[in-house]
Design a protein around this ligand. Structure first.
Ligand code: MF3
Ligand code: CO
Ligand code: CO
Length: 285
């Protein structure tokens, strides 16, 4: 997700400003959509593989190597490796880690929850998706958190229809999560995606009180929906030892799911959905 909060383009940007203008939202042609579909499909196939292999005792570094090799063997490029200095291929965020956890030699434990976030570049197009896995038997709280996060993501995606406001996505997510007594992370958001990793529009998963985007969703837009949900406070901090790992401020559990979504004339098309992955309505635990 976007590491830095960006202002979405408005129609009121002064024309003669010398400041860097926000880059416009891109609308993809049918041919471009095919490029993005292919990249998303490949990226999602990696999570299909991870889902098969992941389990107690495995280290996150082993997962990282597996994804790196698979990507290179297929002639594609890992997007995260080297991105703003990020040292690995995937992000692995365990328990109270919200996002950007760095793979290391820690073995996964029975009862852990872990988000694996994968991004690849296929013929110049970015595919980006993530899933939270329950390792062995998890606590009822952990299962509930993962379920609420997954359902919230799909409610947000379903709200993305041509002609509605971008903020309707976050509204749907925030309303549901709060009704379940949990909180939505605010410092990190979804993002437009295409030939760039992170582009306009930013996609907040809650409704900002100030400076909310006036953007209207139109066919051809492509973006991620990737809510992070915490059992406790929405507030987070970045681990100063690596400047990447984001944790919940109260160290409560956090989960996340992410899909890449293309808005078509007839509604949202989830580009990173696969046959073996969890379908909307899936029940965890
Ligand atoms: N995949 C993340 C996202 O959903 C971004 C990770 S950037 C990294 O946008 F550098 F931490 F890998
Ligand atoms: Co993303
Ligand atoms: Co991602």
């Amino acid at each position: 997700m976007n590491r830095f909060r960006t202002r979405t383009a408005t129609r009121h940007t002064p024309v003669k400003s010398e400041k860097a203008k926000p880059r416009p939202v891109l609308y993809l042609t049918e041919e471009e959509r095919e490029g993005l579909r292919a990249a998303s499909r490949f990226n999602a196939s990696i999570l299909d593989m991870v889902r098969q292999k992941i389990g107690p005792g495995m280290t996150t570094l082993e997962l990282d190597r597996m994804v790196n090799e698979y990507t290179l063997d297929h002639g594609h490029r890992p997007a995260c490796l080297g991105y703003r200095g990020y040292p690995r291929t995937i992000c692995t965020s365990i328990n109270e880690v919200v996002c950007h956890g760095i793979p290391d030699n820690t073995p996964l434990d029975e009862g852990d929850i872990i988000n694996v976030d994968v991004t690849t570049i296929v013929d110049g197009w970015y595919g980006d998706s993530s899933e939270t896995f329950l390792i062995g038997r998890s606590s009822p709280d952990a299962v509930r958190l993962v379920q609420v996060t997954f359902d919230a993501m799909h409610l947000g995606i379903a709200a993305a229809q041509p002609g509605v406001r971008l903020t309707d996505i976050g509204r749907a997510i925030e309303r549901y999560v709060r009704s379940q007594g949990m909180e939505v992370v605010r410092e990190y958001q979804g993002h437009g995606i295409g030939r760039d990793f992170h582009q306009e529009p930013g996609v907040p998963h809650y409704v900002p009180k100030m400076g909310a985007s006036q953007e209207i969703l139109r066919p051809g837009m492509c973006f991620t929906v990737e809510p992070m949900v915490n059992m406790g406070t929405w507030r987070t901090f970045v681990d100063s030892r690596d400047n990447w790992t984001v944790r919940t401020l109260d160290l409560s559990l956090s989960a996340q799911f992410e899909h890449t979504v293309l808005l078509t004339e007839s509604g949202p098309e989830i580009l990173t959905l696969t046959e073996t992955g969890p379908q909307p309505g899936h029940k965890f635990g």
